[in-house]
Design a protein around this ligand. Structure first.
Ligand SMILES: [Zn+2]
Length: 238
């Protein structure tokens, strides 16, 4: 119901064919172009999912107000909720910097950007009632091709995994925005649960957990370290 290509029925069928339990997590945000943008829209989204045997997730943007306005009765109908940094506040700027903007503001170095990124990440973890941090390594377009070590220091990685651990929020191993192994290992060793996510939008992508699963195994995660929405979600009353 946002930017995915499949109906609910088609998604369930494609995911089950891979031997994976289906889960839907549309964009629920006023600041994503193709998304569910209102409380009434969220209600209709949950109404549409409930007749199906599918986990009811939703991806909310930290910088967008919709998640703050969600009534408890609607929040309680999700099996799990995801929080995302799709834009980060830059002190002195009029608008948050979108991850899909093609340029960094003048004189903002990658290191300075990363410090602001972690500041917002810590606020998200402390305030947002979500179960999973979606794609923890999604960064602004101009930074995406820089080497991991120019972006992520030990100190920044520690801040990220500590914030998630304190808030009991799982780390998504996204198949779309793939995290580096050192960070996944650090999250796992800190005691942060790992969530396997395809971030799929098409029939070829939905439910493809081969990379996330392989990464989880590579860092030594047991099944009990994996987030299961039916066991560990949702945080409606948090
Ligand atoms: Zn996202």
């Amino acid at each position: 119901m946002s930017d995915g290509a499949l109906s609910i029925e088609e998604l369930i069928e494609a995911v089950r064919a891979r031997g994976v339990r289906p889960s839907v997590a549309d964009h629920l945000s006023t600041d994503v172009s193709l998304s569910v943008k209102s409380i009434e829209g969220v209600r209709a989204y949950l109404d549409a999912l409930e007749p199906h045997d599918v986990a009811r997730g939703g991806e909310f943007c930290w910088h967008d107000p919709l998640w703050r306005e969600l009534p408890d009765e609607l929040a309680a109908r999700f099996t799990h909720r995801l929080g995302s940094l799709h834009a980060v506040r830059i002190p002195g700027a009029t608008h948050p910097l979108s991850m899909f903007h093609r340029a960094l503001p003048d004189e903002l170095t990658p290191a300075a950007y990363m410090a602001h990124h972690l500041d917002d990440l810590e606020r998200l973890a402390a305030e947002m009632p979500v179960d999973i941090l979606a794609h923890p390594t999604l960064l602004p377009l101009p930074l995406r091709n820089l080497p991991v070590d120019e972006l992520w220091s030990d100190a920044l990685e520690e801040r990220l995994v500590d914030a998630l651990f304190r808030a009991d929020i799982a780390f998504e191993i996204s198949n779309r925005y793939r995290p580096h192994e050192r960070l996944v290992k650090r999250a796992h060793e800190r005691g942060v649960q790992l969530s396997l996510g395809s971030d799929g939008h098409t029939g070829a992508q939905v439910g493809d957990l081969a990379f996330p699963f392989e990464m989880a195994m590579r860092v030594g995660a047991e099944e009990s370290a994996l987030f299961d929405p039916y066991v560990h979600g949702t945080r409606a009353s948090r």
